[in-house]
Design a protein around this ligand. Sequence first.
Ligand SMILES: [Mn+2]
Length: 225
Amino acid sequence: MAQTSKTKVYNRIIAIGDVHGCHKELEELLGRLSPSETDLFIFLGDLINRGPDSHQTLELARNLQGIYLLGNHEQRFLNHKSNPANLKPADQKTFNMLTEDDWNFLQTFQLTHYETALDTIFVHGGFLPNIPWEAQDASVVTQIQVINKEGLPRKRSESPYSPHWSRKWNGPSFVVYGHTPSTKVRRTAFSLCLDTGCVYGGHLTACVFPEKRLYQVKALQTYLS
Ligand SMILES: [Mn+2]
């Protein structure tokens, strides 16, 4: 049985990778998982934007018993709520869909979640090695992909020959994350990435703990290339 840091005991802890507004795929994935009162869902961030319907995605997610992690997209939206002119042009469609309830929900998203019984940290982007994970900035944990020669966090596209942060992470805690899309689930001894690029026509992936069983739904189409 997977226990959480809250007092309640859950049978399953279910982590879900980047949904990016792919509400139909999320609905299908949830249908296959058959959520119950004894499940805890952990969304790994970037629930919104890019895909077809961020509003419906947030509705599906918030009706579960869940923990919702902040992705770089949620962070950008929250930073620009008072000044949407600073959002990227492609963000406008999502911005126009969000209701007051959606905004209130986004404000509850947290940076990290730690499960004691699993000795596992859940986060959107990841961590720098050699710094306590609890002490790392929001801009690092929501955005890191690779680590450059100077030891700084960068996007993969900015520093394509630099190693992924997960290659440098040697625990001791296990990390489950999203944000760096791959066609397949990416693993190391101390990490697991569940962003399998649904919005790019890949898959939406869930992982059920403690057994680490994967569930995947194929994207209905390529929403973004
Ligand atoms: Mn992201």
